[in-house]
Design a protein around this ligand. Structure first.
Ligand SMILES: NC(=O)c1ccc[n+]([C@@H]2O[C@H](COP(=O)([O-])OP(=O)(O)OC[C@H]3O[C@@H](n4cnc5c(N)ncnc54)[C@H](O)[C@@H]3O)[C@@H](O)[C@H]2O)c1
Length: 251
């Protein structure tokens, strides 16, 4: 019997920000589907613990430091060869009105959510291009396509919109070289990142009213989409941004 195109058995996958939340659940889903998983996170304690639980390995990485990304990519390539799967998941959010936003806050969000994605895509993608195969999936957001309401977060929204076009740009550049590049755009998902917003009734009620399914997404529902795009089942899909949002962007 031929192997299912949904299988990623024996492939090597690295998940940035894989210690917690959506990244952790992606790592879990990839490991359950047979991949060797590397958790790359700046939170060493949580990252080590997650890697141990999943039977994967851990590498300390702050995606905003290009030299660190390049060094980690060189070491991972030395150990495993080119990655088969890269999940660019590390991300942060910062809320605040644009007229007052501090430049350090603006810069931090752009550094993690946009520059970090590019540094990793470049360092690991270069090896994938050389090997002639690989799949990169970045975690964008509904905020890359629409402005969410009522919380002001221009830097986050702009960073995710940039991730969407970066995804398409790399997809086109590498399309004939065996490397697919896609993004998954979650709606509001039950992780630490949304805890503060969920505790504000006026925000949470608006979020749920604007989500046709009327509920939060579960990290597992995001991870399943990532697993699909990472696998050969998505072999003709590149440059796409897959909404996993309970219908949010359909309204
Ligand atoms: N939770 C949501 O509702 C939601 C919705 C849309 C998109 N997203 C996106 O999903 C991704 C994951 O979000 P989450 O909700 O799981 O967040 P989370 O805060 O629960 O986890 C984020 C993880 O990323 C790590 N991280 C943060 N900065 C890092 C850096 N500079 N280098 C390496 N690791 C770093 C953290 O240590 C943590 O383990 C983010 O890109 C986020 O923007 C989340």
């Amino acid at each position: 019997m031929s192997q299912s195109p949904f299988s990623i058995s024996g492939r090597t996958a690295l998940v940035t920000g894989g210690a917690k939340g959506i990244g952790r659940t992606c790592a879990e889903a990839l490991a359950a589907a047979g991949a060797k998983v590397v958790i790359a996170d700046m939170d060493e304690a949580a990252g080590q613990a997650t890697a141990k639980e999943l039977g994967g390995s851990f590498v300390k990485l702050n995606v905003t430091r290009k030299s660190e990304v390049d060094a980690v990519a060189a070491e991972i390539t030395r150990q495993h060869g080119a990655l088969d799967i890269l999940v660019n998941n590390a991300g942060i959010v910062q809320n605040g009105p644009s007229e007052d936003v501090a430049m350090e806050d603006w810069q931090r969000v752009i550094d993690v959510n946009l520059n970090g994605v590019f540094y990793c895509a470049q360092a690991f993608g270069k090896e994938m291009v050389k090997a002639g195969k690989g799949s990169i999936v970045s975690i964008s957001s509904i905020c890359g396509s629409v402005t969410v309401y009522p919380q002001p977060q221009a830097a986050y929204n702009a960073s995710k919109a940039a991730v969407n076009l970066l995804t398409k740009s790399l997809a086109v550049e590498w399309a004939k070289r065996g490397v697919r590049v896609n993004a998954v755009a979650p709606g509001y998902t039950a992780t630490e990142l949304t805890l503060a917003g969920r505790s504000k009734p006026e925000w949470f009620e608006t979020w749920m009213r604007m989500t046709p399914m009327g509920r939060l997404g579960e990290p597992k529902e995001i991870a399943n989409a990532v697993l699909f795009l990472a696998s050969d089942a998505a072999s003709y899909i590149t440059g796409t941004v897959l909404m996993v949002d309970g219908g949010y962007t359909a309204m």
